[in-house]
Each structure stands twice: as C-alpha cells, then as structure tokens.
Write a protein that binds this ligand. Sequence first.
Ligand code: AMP
Length: 409
Amino acid sequence: MKVLVINCGSSSLKYQVIDSDTENVLAKGLCERIGIDGVLTYQKPGIDKIKFEAPMPKHRQAVELVLKQLMDPEVGVIKSIDEIQAVGHRMVHGGEKFACSTLLTDEVLQTVESCNDLAPLHNPPTLVGVNACKELMPTTPMVGVFDTAFHQTMPAEAYIYGVPYEYYEKYTLRRFGFHGTSHRFVSQRVAEILGKKPEDLKIIVCHLGNGSSITAVDHGKSVDTSMGLTPLGGVIMGTRCGDIDPTVVEYVAQKEDLSLEEAMAVMNKKSGVLGISGVSSDFRDLEEAAANGNERADLALKTFVHTVVKTVGSYVAVMNGVDVIVFTAGIGENDTAIRASVLEHFGYLGVTLDPVANDVHGKERIISTKDSKVTAMVVPTNEELAICRDTVEIVTKKVVEEAVKEVLK
Ligand code: AMP
C-alpha cells in the first residue's frame, strides 16, 4: 500500500510517500512559506533534490502541488492520485479524547477541533491540512496519529498539576506530554532490538532535538513525561525555557514592560540554550563556541545536561529502576558528548558507557559495555514510519470490518 504521510505546520507541510510493504520512502519533501509565497522541495532516491518556487496562498494549493509533483511523468512516483491508498496525518493535540490513532471521520475532526484551545498554534494548521487532503482526495481514508496519545496511560498523579482541581474538570488543564509517536516507536524498537517484550522492560526515552522531551516507559506504557500542557515544559530546549518557576513570566513581563503574550513568546522563542548562550539554538554551534572559550555557550550545554540528568534520575525513581536509557532525535542520535555527559551521572546505577560504541551518529547501537547493569542505546526515531504503520493498520481494519458487514447483510 502507498501511504502519504503529512505533517502540517502553520506555514509548512512536510510529506512522505511510503510503500508500506517494504517500508521504503518512495519520495519526500517539504512545502514552506505557505500563505507568504511558496517553496516546494522534492526528494526521491536516485535523483538530485528538486526545489522550486510556486504560489501557495493556502494549504490546499500546497497539497495540490505535492500531488502534482508526485505524479510528474519524469520524476514522480505515482501515475494517478488513486495509487495513494491512505493518508496518515500527524496530529499534535488530541486532548484526553484520543488514546490511540484513529480514522478521521467528520465527527472525529469536530472532536479534534474542540481541542484547539489546548494547542492554538499547532492544531488549526493540522486541521487545515486534513481538510485540504479531504477535498482533493475525497474517497481516500485519512488517519490521525496524535502526539499526545501515547501518554494517555499516565496515572493521574503524574498528570495533575498542583492548581485548583476544578481547572482540570472545567478546562482539562493537565500534563499531556508530546512526541508520543516517537517515544512509542523508539521504546518498541528497543524491545525488538533486545529481543524482549515491552512488558518486561523499564525504559527511559530521551528524545533530544530542537524540542526535547523525556518519557518513562514502564511495561510498554508511558507513566510520566517531561512536556506538559504544551510542548513548552520539561527540559530546557533549543529556544524554549522548559520548566521554570511560573513567577518568572510575570517578573519578565513587569521588568521588560511586555504583555503576557510577549513574555510567553520570549519563553517559547528566545529562551532555552539560545537564551542562555546568546549564540545559537543548534548544539553544533554551541559546542564549537564552547570549544573556542565561549563561557555562556558552555553554561548552556551544562544546563541542558543538568536538566536532562535531573529528569532521567526522577524517572528512575518513578519506575523504581530502569533497564534501558535510550537516546533519539537530532541531539540524542548525533551528539556523542551530550550522551556521555548525561550517562556519567548514572554510574551509581551501574551504567558503564563504551566510548568506542558511543562514537555513532544516527544509527541503532548499544553504547554501554556488556557488563553495564543498565543498557544505554541510540535508536533513531522515525515518526513518519510510525504514522504509516498506524494508518495501514486502521485502514486494513476498516476494510475487514466493511467486508464482514457485507457478508452479514
Ligand atoms: P531535531 O529537532 O530532532 O531535528 O534536532 C535538531 C537539532 O539536533 C539541531 O538543532 C542540533 O542542535 C542537533 N544536532 C543535529 N545534528 C547534530 C550533530 N551532529 N551534533 C550535535 N547536535 C546535532
């Protein structure tokens, strides 16, 4: 089955076409600057990357252009739209309504829309993307895969905030957690690699990228995670502040004469390692600057490691132990120094890093020694593949259910 995977942002749209039988990516790319002017990037194995400007006033035109490009007689991968048998959409916030991926019926889309208040920046563009695909592919099944779904197994004590309970009752104010598709994919892959069942493992997944989150996965289920009501909470990130004393926002607003919205924009876009260092949000730049004697870049890196260590340590306590600490995403998959700095704090648990094995970038590998009491690993995440797999499962189930209904008629 050929599955189109879509990840929509407010002015961007990432896409991949995956052959679900081989799990090969047939083509992938990105539409940028939607609503401004429009730039489309297209990649297919064996050809040079194609990039061109084209007007994309709305997401509909972006989806139209993607489909046209996928059907291009010379470099395309399909002859007609019908070859796309299902579309999988990355959905950011499903609130408490979605604990797993689901077929995007009109009723489901209305429910997703009711979660817009919880993710005003992220949910509306995803819905625009889904509707654009529905318009252009009205008979193709669409599946939504939610970033929040995997964390719906958290116990109440892990998701309730210490604020009046009525806010939870009235507004579902609680920790939701994000990157769930990645945490699920990586924790399941860890079990596969180790030849164990997820139910037999206590895993801490460190998804460290531009946005970072850490999850405690006990017996295959998320039992705690670092991001909160929104993806602003948790460890410090590229430009996001992570967990802070809430008074910081009020104090910054007062001192800098900012509105609440402006102060929140600082917390989202000008904080994290960028804010501390004043250099960059990219760890490669920070490491270069630190090596050249920039003390604030060095402080930013140390502060990042400190918040990761604190979170991992707290999850060891939450799960009463840990079998595997796994690193994924841009920093987790590539940054050998950050991995080493984090793991050196867990010698007391019997974690022993193998420095030779740790010299790995973007590949699956066990990076602890054979006699290490806790296994440390690198497992590249693949959210698109996870979305594709869920999409195929749900669409196939639907086809089977419809066939059964026909037989029973
Ligand atoms: P992601 O959000 O998962 O795409 O991760 C992006 C981030 O990964 C970048 O902003 C960098 O900070 C980091 N990153 C990517 N490659 C490397 C590398 N080779 N070494 C250190 N950090 C890296």
